[in-house]
Design a protein around this ligand. Structure first.
Ligand code: EPZ
Length: 429
């Protein structure tokens, strides 16, 4: 049984270097399928999800070499088995990006239905709507495989009913070599959507408007290799910003793009923190109390849903009652609230709304990570709490945060990783 053990009370102080963006890396690694020559990608975070994505590429027959901890060489020009089996797809939701890139290259794709964080029903109807608009037939065949085929891919005008990050990325990957022009409307504008468009354009694509409501793609015949550096991780940065404010610390969060953090900074300032912006860093500290706030998650540039659990953890110790609305995912994104309640939090959840009544302090307790960002929230709660918090199911956290404990220890946190035999396993006969 692997656990994190967190001794609360330390104020986080010092400097933390943010790694490359997980959600940009997963889209960009899938996009290497479209390159007819090798790609070198830098600033890839060394986390479980990127390891799974590299394994998918290797198992397809691509040549994959780690040039250093965060730099990878990928030559996907020759693939022997262009499909994604369940053993990989069940471990990582973003495995479905290989649908778009395999379609874009071969006009056919077979990818097992996705796995990943359990955040309620996470349909892919908008992905399929986009693929079909480009001329694909898409079926779910025996064994939960999504099977897509097209005689040819022809540009189309597609309006997404939801500004879905995944659908925007997946359809962009399928459309980049389609015949003619594809217009995508009501698209997601997250930083990693823009990073993917920049990556594809560095390979010779013609994608305009990423980061706005409309993306226009002129199909091209060939995509070459490229050298590309992934943007810093907006959510990892936000997680450390909240941890600094929650512990009353003073942290310089470096290697960031402050513009990507504006909605997080704005809410932290309302909650009583000070946020100083520099060219590629933000400094976060708090001297007064944590103020109650209202918060609603929204697609970018609104407050990111992936920062909602971390903020709720901090608001457990606010003066007054905060109201948080989760408007992106179903109420499954509040599953972690039961774990915070075990630490003395007073939170009522009703559908998409959580009402957090601040308490003087949290107390350490044995808890679980219920998903990736909820796991980060439990670490923040443990850092704030009095006493010891043991966090189980830390595999969720290790999917998305590079060297998480080491970075926290560098800031003065008393955290450690332990691995104990499973006590509830039946004794060996
Ligand atoms: C991406 O998930 C991220 N994952 C998530 O981050 C993030 O929470 C989410 O975007 C929102 O920002 C990756 O990038 C790998 P969506 P995705 O499609 O693409 C509904 C993390 O912690 N929807 O924007 O799945 C969907 O159910 C992870 O790093 C449809 O209804 O998110 C959800 O309610 C967790 N039909 C909403 O839209 C569709 O076809 C937003 O989903 C697609 C989505």
């Amino acid at each position: 049984m692997e656990k994190y053990v967190v001794e609360g009370g330390a104020r986080l102080c010092g400097t933390v270097e943010i790694s490359g963006a997980k959600n940009a890396a997963l889209a960009i690694l899938a996009a290497t399928i479209l390159a007819e020559e090798p790609c070198i990608i830098e600033n890839i975070p060394n986390i479980n999800d990127t390891s799974v994505s590299l394994k998918i590429l290797k198992d397809m027959g691509a040549t994959v070499r780690l040039l250093d901890k965060n730099t990878v060489y990928v030559d996907a020009s020759v693939l022997t088995s262009p499909m994604v089996p369940y053993e990989h797809a069940k471990r990582m939701r973003a495995s479905y990006y290989y649908l778009g890139s395999l379609l874009g290259r071969y006009h056919k794709a077979d990818v097992s239905m996705p796995g990943g964080c359990n955040l309620g029903v996470r349909p892919i109807d908008q992905h399929i709507k986009g693929f079909r608009a480009l001329g694909c037939t898409v079926d779910i065949v025996q064994g939960g495989i999504i099977s897509a085929r097209a005689q040819e891919l022809v540009g189309s005008h597609i309006y997404f009913e939801i500004s879905s990050v995944g659908a925007t990325i997946n359809v962009m990957l399928a459309a980049v070599k389609a015949e003619g022009v594809t217009i995508l409307e009501n698209v997601a504008k997250e930083p990693h959507v823009v990073d993917l468009a920049n990556f594809l354009n560095s390979m010779g694509a013609d994608i305009r408007g990423a980061g706005t409501d409309v993306i226009k793609i002129h199909g091209v015949k060939h995509l070459g290799g490229t050298n590309y550096t992934i943007i810093p991780d907006q959510i990892e940065a936000g997680t450390f910003m909240v941890a600094a404010a929650a512990t009353g610390g003073d942290v310089l969060v470096s290697n960031v793009i402050p513009k990507h953090l504006e909605s997080i900074s704005e809410k932290l300032i309302k909650a009583g923190a000070v946020v100083e912006e520099y060219d590629d860093a933000v400094r976060v500290y708090r001297h007064g109390p944590i103020n109650k706030i209202t918060l609603k998650t929204l697609p970018h540039p609104g407050f990111p849903t992936d920062m909602q659990p971390q903020m709720v953890a901090m608001l457990c110790a606010a003066e007054g009652t905060s109201v948080i609305t989760e408007s992106v995912f179903e109420n499954n994104r509040f599953k972690y609230v039961d774990e915070l309640s075990r630490m003395g939090a007073h939170i009522q959840v009703d559908g998409k709304i959580a009402v957090v009544e601040g308490v003087p302090k949290l107390t350490g307790a044995p808890v679980k990570a219920t998903d990736l960002r909820a796991g980060a929230a439990m670490v923040i709660a443990g850092l704030m709490a009095e006493g010891v918090t043991e966090i189980e199911d830390i595999y969720h956290i290790e999917r998305g945060y590079e060297d998480f404990l080491d970075k926290l220890k560098m800031l003065g946190a008393d955290v450690k990783y332990i691995c104990k035999p499973d006590l509830d396993m039946p004794e060996a006969l």
